[in-house]
Write a protein that binds this ligand. Structure first.
Ligand SMILES: [Zn+2]
Ligand SMILES: [Zn+2]
Length: 104
């Protein structure tokens, strides 16, 4: 089967892009039924967006009471900290309290 480059139109941004003979051969080999519908830029954008999507749960910070979102499902009874409280706590843990030397 012979393939020739085809000019397609991106359904997202309307830009024209080339569905090359090589890509068509690849699609044919893989038995993909649908032609590509997005230009390379939009495909890359969609891939990036897909990675960024995380299950976010709205909850309340148990330290300061601020509303926050966490990328996991908080378990009952476990304290959930907002970003700034989490960082504060981490900083506190890093600066572990040294036994204070009694001066007098
Ligand atoms: Zn596009
Ligand atoms: Zn907080």
């Amino acid at each position: 089967m012979e393939f020739t480059d085809r000019v397609m139109k991106c359904v997202d941004c309307g830009a024209e892009f080339v569905f090359t003979a090589g890509e068509q051969l690849f699609f044919h080999d893989k038995q993909f039924k649908n032609d590509p519908r997005h230009c390379k830029q939009c495909k890359a954008k969609r891939a990036r967006n897909g990675q960024r999507v995380r299950p976010e749960t709205r909850t309340t910070c148990s330290a300061c009471g601020a509303e926050t979102t966490v990328p996991f499902k908080p378990t009952q009874g476990r304290p959930v900290l907002c970003r700034s409280c989490f960082q504060k706590r981490q900083a506190m843990q890093l600066a572990a309290p040294e036994p204070a030397a009694a001066d007098d």
